[in-house]
Design a protein around this ligand. Structure first.
Ligand SMILES: [Zn+2]
Length: 72
């Protein structure tokens, strides 16, 4: 009977730890690498690493960067 209780506790810990690890894995990369920025020309949200930066502003494409400066 004691073995059954130990197995039950072991399974419970396995499930709890598994959930914690999975949650950490999902959370940290999205926070660290997938920062969203807004295109100053069309307002589209893109990943910072895929955006084109010009000073403090971000653009979704080279075309929008140029359009934005031409419009001024
Ligand atoms: Zn744009």
């Amino acid at each position: 009977m004691r073995i059954l209780i130990l197995i039950a506790i072991g399974l419970l810990l396995y499930v709890i730890i598994g959930n914690l690890l999975r949650r950490n894995k999902l959370k940290s990369p999205t926070l660290l690498t997938e920062k969203m920025v807004k295109c100053q020309h069309c307002g589209l949200h893109i990943l910072e690493q895929e955006a084109i930066q010009s000073g403090d502003a971000y653009y979704c494409s080279q075309e929008h960067l140029e359009n934005h400066y031409q419009a001024k």
